[in-house]
Design a protein around this ligand. Sequence first.
Ligand code: TXA
Ligand code: MG
Length: 337
Amino acid sequence: MLRFFSISKLGFASTRCIFGAMDIKSAIELLDSGELVAIPTETVYGLAGNAFNPAAISRIFTLKQRPTSNPLIVHIAEMADMFGLAKDIPNEAFQLAQTFWPGPLTMILPKQSKVPAIVTGNQDTVALRVPNHPLTLELLKELDYPLAAPSANLYKTISPTKPAHVQKYFGKNFPILDGGICASGLESTIVGFKNKQTVIYRHGIITADDIFEATKQKVVDVKGNIIKTPGGHKQHYSPNTPFYYSGHPEALINDLNHEKIAFIKFSKNQFHFNKKVNEVCFDTSKNLNHIARQLYATLHDLDDHKYDAIVAEKIRPEGIGAAIHDKLNRAQNTQKI
Ligand code: TXA
Ligand code: MG
């Protein structure tokens, strides 16, 4: 079901409340007039605007408080739309698109001139993805333009995996296409192509192994200075609460001077704490998709409960664990002790 909120307070749209099929129509009206709409995807909610309308894109950066040097992902309805936006598309990109789209994979490709510079942070590449959510796919198919959409959170905060998270950042009245809880719960895997290699810019549910299976070409990780990633800022996805990510959580927690501590645990280890600790335990013996799905919601909840500190135990960075590790590593907002 689609929910439609007034955002007149923010000066973006007038008040109305429409349900059902009409709602996609209303979302289209808003987007057509250069306004923004939060859209559901299988990964996280996106803050969407017409990718061909620089004023709309500028609104995204302002609302999200994100530097304009940090480019946006352009969401398209199907693989064929890639031809209108990118050029010099390598074979591996077709293979990956055929295998994973619609799905949580973003590809960085040389851009065509019709993609506005503001979308790509003035770079000559564009990030493309076909998201896998029925509402958003229907919306994209109806529109005459693609949707630029970063995650619908404020810059450097936890990404939203349900409408309530979006409302937390942009207010109760922000227009949201309500697609329920995001099925995957982690941002898309981002890849680029260089020297006949697939380069992973950001880990996600689609792993290096999955990519290798599809292309049979070498997959390399972005490490250090090999490739510049505008989105590779160290701190990201952070709660407001002091957050630690540690391979030695027992010693760390016992050293902390805080009273109220939450601990996210990924192992079966028994820890002995010298204070009361609220443990949130995840089962890592099965596949890790359920952790990916719940990770941000858990961080949101713990953040809302105003703990003095949140500590997460290091997870093995293998398979989907690589993406979970990456998110938690970047979420650290404290000096390590
Ligand atoms: O799952 C997702 O990817 C979600 C949903 C809404 O699709 N979107 C998302 O967007 O996570 P955002 O803006 O939060 O993260 C996109 C990342 C940023 O780190 C950005 O720097 C990088 O993609 N990016 C976008 N265009 C790029 C480009 N041309 N070259 C390199 N990196 C790019
Ligand atoms: Mg984001």
